[in-house]
Design a protein around this ligand. Structure first.
Ligand code: FAD
Length: 379
């Protein structure tokens, strides 16, 4: 497996790095607040050309691979995990899905504007009573009306970007038939509540309510009944790409820890000279590099449904656990300062925990891995 990046990917990453240093790093603490609105940054990321990184050029995209998308997410998350998460929801969860499953008319209507950051997307699957069992317990319904129109009712929760979104890729059922819809805010979609969170505070999360929303057939994504297939079509790439979020957080925590341990002195010497501190750093480094190898492998293997789901699931399972561990070690290396909000270490830890829950919890990822590796054994 070749991990050498293409010159194009290298140059995009350099650009993202420079942008993040200039535009995100100076306000990273401000971003970590419930009040922050990332819309302006979406426009800037649109100008950089990174929002539609995997969609075809005719829709304003760059037609590059999931590894590049993941690496961009890692770089953004290194500076602000919240911006990385909102980027992932918009670019991967919504744009990639729309590019895979939308009609030509839908792609023309939305993708170019989304590539520019003029329209922000959110993917609405989770409901108050339907989380891990998102399909079986779904309560959002649609009815087909006489004039080829659809009426949608229900609500979704924990939806990334919902408070600022213009486009809502959502799922609804009619009995046992599931369908996917592209709803616009102007259709009457309500986002009554922006939710307060432990971490990822600069990535707005909200409730979404559909109250007798009536739309035409042009808003159906795929055919009626394609909902289940469309949900499943996005899960591998979503997990493989989002795994790079925790990698970015963990890389930052490790680098900050190395810098701190080579400057902080106790007992007349740098704390980095104590072997117990070196032991922590060695462990952090080794776990991060192992998580990176798995994430690269899963991202390179991700070709829509072709990837064995156990790779995408194990990639984000391991990366998320690694980030939780590494950010905790980083707090310990900083001692009391690590616990203070004035320093970003506690933010890294709060942000990292999300990746053990969002995009399907670590328990669900383990179930997927267990199920798929057994299938392989019996082939
Ligand atoms: C900040 C944030 C952003 C999010 N963004 C989005 C988004 O953009 N779009 C979206 O649709 N959703 C989003 N989510 C929702 C997320 O995907 C769900 O929270 C997640 O799937 C878990 O669902 P739940 O919270 O209802 O937990 P539950 O499913 O109720 O799970 C509760 C606990 O039970 C465990 N559990 C459940 N089933 C099993 C089982 N079979 N075996 C063992 N253990 C089990 C879970 O692992 C968990 O520990 C977001 C969540 C957060 C916190």
């Amino acid at each position: 497996m070749d991990f050498k990046l293409s010159p194009e990917t290298e140059s995009i990453l350099n650009m993202v790095s420079e942008f993040s240093r200039k535009k995100i790093e100076p306000i990273a603490n401000k971003i970590d607040s419930d009040e922050f609105d990332p819309k302006g940054l979406f426009r800037e990321m649109g100008s950089l050309g990174i929002l539609g990184i995997t969609v075809p050029e005719e829709y304003g995209g760059a037609n590059l691979d999931y590894l590049t998308q993941g690496l961009i997410l890692e770089e953004l998350s290194y500076y602000s995990a919240s911006i990385g998460l909102s980027y992932g929801a918009h670019s991967n969860l919504v744009m990639d899905n729309l590019n895979r499953n939308g009609s030509k008319h839908q792609k023309e209507r939305y993708l170019d504007k989304m590539s520019k950051g003029e329209l922000i997307g959110s993917l609405c699957l989770t409901e108050p009573g339907a989380g891990s069992d998102a399909i079986g317990s779904m309560k959002t319904t649609y009815n087909k009306m006489e004039d080829e129109k659809y009426k949608i009712n229900g609500s979704k929760i924990f939806i990334t970007n919902a408070p600022i979104a213009d486009l809502f890729l959502t799922y609804a059922r009619n009995g046992s038939i599931y369908s996917a819809f592209l709803l616009e805010r102007a259709d009457g979609v309500e986002t009554p509540k922006k939710l307060k969170k432990m971490g990822m505070r600069g990535s707005p999360t909200g409730e979404v309510v559909f109250n007798d929303i009536v739309v035409g057939k042009d808003r159906l994504m795929g055919n009626e009944g394609d909902g289940r297939r469309i949900i499943m079509s996005g899960l591998n790439s979503e997990r493989a790409v989002l795994a790079f979020g925790p990698l970015g957080i963990a890389r930052r925590a490790l680098e900050d820890s190395i810098n701190y341990s080579t400057s902080r002195e106790q007992f007349g010497q740098k704390i980095g000279d104590f072997e117990l501190i070196q032991e922590r750093l060695a462990y952090m480094f080794t776990k991060l590099e192992a998580a990176r190898l798995l994430a690269y492998k899963a991202a390179l293997m991700t070709k829509e449904e072709l990837l064995d789901p156990s790779y995408a699931a194990s990639s984000i399972l391991f990366a998320s656990e690694t980030a939780t561990e590494i950010t905790k070690h980083a707090i310990m290396i900083f001692g009391g300062y690590g616990y203070m909000s004035e320093y970003p270490l506690e933010r890294y830890h709060r942000d990292a925990l999300l990746y053990e829950i969002g995009a399907g919890t670590n328990e669900i990822r383990k179930i997927i891995i267990g199920h798929n590796i057994q299938k392989k054994r019996f082939k």
